[in-house]
Ligand binder design. Structure first.
Ligand code: PMP
Length: 318
C-alpha cells in the first residue's frame, strides 16, 4: 500500500488477518445470544507530523480485558504482549491515517445455543479498528440527566469488567437520555450514590478539590480515570478524593466532567436542567484537556511511554 492509498480495514479473527468485511460470525454464536464476551475500547490517535498512530495505554486495556475474560472462563492463547502486537499489526495493515477506535473482544465463540455453562463453550478472539472522531456530538459542555436505571451491582454482574452483556444497562440509560433531549445519562449505583456515565467515569469539582466515586462504587476502573487522577495530583497539584459522591453534590458543583477513551475529557454544562458553574467548560476541566490531548497524541515526551506507535504500511517512518 502506498502512502496515499485508501485504507483497507483489516481484522484479526482467531489467528488470521482478513478484510474486515469478510470477518463474520454465525447466528448461533454464544456471545451474540448472551453477551458472553470481554471487550475493550481503545483509541489510536493519528499524529500527522510523525506519520504515526499512537495507541493510548494499550497494555492496560488488554490487562483489563483479560481480567474480564478470566471471570467468564474465556481462555485465549495470547499474552498481553502478543495482543499488543496483534493490535499494532491490525493498524499497520489497515493503513488508517486518522483517529481510530480499536475494538478487541474475547468471547464465547462456539455456536451452541441453550447452554449456560461457561466452561462448556469454546472461545474466540477478534480485534478490529474503525475511523472514529468525536464520541459525544458537542464542542462545548453537554447536558446530562440522572438515569432512572441504576448501575448494575457487583453482586449481579460485576461492572468492574468490561463485559458485553453488561452494556444493556448503559444502553437503556443512554437511549432514554437521548430520547429526552439530553446528551448523556449519569447513573446512580444501588445505594443511591453517583456511579458513572453510560460509557465514562465522572469527576466533580468543588473549589480546588476534585472528587470521583471509589472503585468499589460499581464503576468501571477507567484507564482515562487513572490518567486524569494522575494529572490532577501530579501536574495540577490539586487534592483528589476517591469517595462516595452524592447526587446533590453534582447539582451545586463548580465543575463536573466525564472521562473515557471515547469521550476523552468531556465537560458537563447542566444536570437535570441545573447549570453546572456557568454552564460552559470550567477552568480546571479546560486545564486537564490541555494536558491530556497532547499526551494521547504522542506530543508530550514525558508521557510517551503511554503511547504505542503504529506506522501504517506505506507511510514514511520518522
Ligand atoms: N465506564 C464505562 C461504563 C465505560 O464503558 C467506559 C469506557 N470504557 C468508562 C467508564 C471509561 O473507561 P476508559 O477510560 O478505560 O475508557
Amino acid at each position: 500500500m502506498s502512502a496515499n492509498s485508501a485504507p483497507s480495514p483489516i481484522a484479526f479473527l482467531d489467528g488470521s488477518y482478513i478484510p474486515l468485511k469478510d470477518a463474520k460470525v454465525g447466528i448461533m454464536t454464544h456471545a451474540l445470544h448472551y453477551g458472553t464476551g470481554a471487550f475493550e475500547g481503545i483509541r489510536g490517535n493519528w499524529n500527522s507530523d510523525h506519520e504515526k498512530m499512537y495507541i493510548f495505554r494499550l497494555r492496560e486495556h488488554y490487562e483489563r480485558m483479560l481480567r474480564g475474560a478470566k471471570l467468564l472462563f474465556i481462555d485465549i492463547p495470547y499474552t498481553v504482549e502478543e495482543l499488543c502486537k496483534i493490535t499494532v499489526e491490525v493498524i499497520q495493515r489497515s493503513g488508517f491515517r486518522e483517529d481510530v477506535y480499536i475494538r478487541p473482544m474475547a468471547y464465547k465463540g462456539e455456536e451452541k445455543v441453550a447452554n449456560l455453562n461457561l466452561k462448556a463453550l469454546g472461545d474466540s478472539f477478534f480485534c478490529l479498528a474503525v475511523p472514529f472522531g468525536q464520541y459525544i456530538d458537542s464542542d462545548g459542555a453537554i447536558s446530562c440527566c440522572i438515569a432512572s436505571y441504576r448501575r448494575i451491582d457487583d453482586t449481579m454482574v460485576p461492572p468492574r469488567f468490561k463485559l458485553a452483556g453488561l452494556y444493556l444497562n448503559s444502553i437503556l440509560a443512554k437511549t432514554d437520555a437521548l430520547s429526552s433531549g439530553f446528551d448523556e445519562a449519569i447513573m446512580l449505583n444501588q445505594d443511591g450514590h453517583v456511579c458513572e456515565g453510560t460509557g465514562e467515569n465522572i469527576f466533580v469539582v468543588h473549589g480546588d478539590t476534585v472528587a470521583t466515586p471509589t472503585l468499589e462504587s460499581n464503576v468501571l476502573p477507567g484507564i482515562t480515570r487513572a490518567t486524569v487522577i494522575d494529572l490532577v495530583v501530579n501536574e495540577l497539584g490539586l487534592r483528589l478524593e476517591e469517595r462516595p459522591v452524592d447526587r446533590s453534590e453534582l447539582y451545586v458543583a463548580d465543575e463536573v466532567f466525564l472521562t473515557g477513551t471515547a469521550a476523552h475529557i468531556q465537560a458537563v454544562g447542566s444536570i437535570d436542567h441545573r447549570l453546572i458553574g456557568s454552564g460552559s467548560i470550567g477552568r480546571l476541566t479546560k486545564s486537564l484537556q490541555d494536558l491530556y490531548f497532547p499526551i494521547v497524541r504522542g506530543q508530550n515526551s514525558k508521557y510517551l511511554h503511554y503511547c504505542t506507535p503504529a506506522t501504517p504500511i506505506g507511510a514514511k517512518s520518522s
